[in-house]
Design a protein around this ligand. Sequence first.
Ligand SMILES: Cc1cc2nc3c(=O)[nH]c(=O)nc-3n(C[C@H](O)[C@H](O)[C@H](O)COP(=O)(O)OP(=O)(O)OC[C@H]3O[C@@H](n4cnc5c(N)ncnc54)[C@H](O)[C@@H]3O)c2cc1C
Length: 309
Amino acid sequence: MSFETLTATATPETLLLRKNAPIAPYTTFGIGGPADFLAEVYTEGALQQVVREAMASGTRWLLIGGGSNLLVGDNGFRGLVIVNKIEHLVVTGNKIVAGAGADLGEVVEAARERSLSGMEFAIDIPGTVGGAVRGNAGAFGRSVADVLTRVRLLEGPDLVDRAPSELGFAYRHSRLKENSNIVVEAEFALQPGDRAEMDRIMGQHAAQRARRQEKGLHTAGCFFKNPVLPDGSKIAAGQLLEAAGAKEIRDGGAGVHAFHANYIVNRGGASAYEVLRVADEMKRRVQQANGITLEEEVMVVLDPEHAAG
Ligand SMILES: Cc1cc2nc3c(=O)[nH]c(=O)nc-3n(C[C@H](O)[C@H](O)[C@H](O)COP(=O)(O)OP(=O)(O)OC[C@H]3O[C@@H](n4cnc5c(N)ncnc54)[C@H](O)[C@@H]3O)c2cc1C
């Protein structure tokens, strides 16, 4: 990849480019070795330029939003890490258009301020709009796809607007998990709501999260998806893990959260391998106790060339 070509055209307002930069500060786990190149992109144009350059030079890339659903290996990433900082947010009538790098919490707050109802479920879900769209983030029985009306994508080098119906949304899933398309912008349609009622519901949701989600906790939230049973119903992975005694599992600096058996926490200085060993033991216990194989919700990025240790 031509670092020099990109830096020559970059301005601090559009693109920040570094070589051999640590990934850990860009993830909520606080784990991850260096990226060969790391680009913080602030505009659609800069993102397009960086992706074109990566494609032309055959450089692989990893996109990071808020890094709240991501475990990157200790050896980092051989290629380009793109950190999405496209953060615009515009409210028109009952619609909110947000850059994919905007905090999902900013969208929730913008909706609350204007008494627009529909995003209450998302209060305190960490991460960006782009990450939330890709993984169809949700809580309390609702998810992002319920309020989404348009998604702007970078498909290869091209910007394309897609309707949600084209993106195959399901529980914590979209077609974006099966390709390398990048969410650039999303549009949400909300309904006029009663502010007092909205505040009441959001207060309840926030209180439910407060204990397991204290500030500064180095975790990626639920490590495993809630498994679907043969009759189609879902069961909380946290419940299965708790019953299987997962809360006692520790490995070096990594361990299961005392208040949530599906959260792995970096208690200080944990390596990715320690986290993965904790995850393996969690899986093993549930498999042994219930015959259910848990599936990772967190995106794990281990550079194959360096995946030893
Ligand atoms: C304490 C805590 C609580 C959580 N609670 C919930 C919850 O209740 N519900 C829930 O659903 N999740 C929850 N999560 C997980 C996380 O918040 C969501 O998955 C979130 O939507 C991830 O967004 P992100 O920007 O941080 O994505 P990242 O972690 O940066 O990225 C995750 C994946 O999405 C990809 N990605 C990121 N941005 C884009 C983009 N613009 N275009 C294409 N791909 C992209 C990345 O390449 C990566 O593969 C929680 C996490 C934490 C730490």
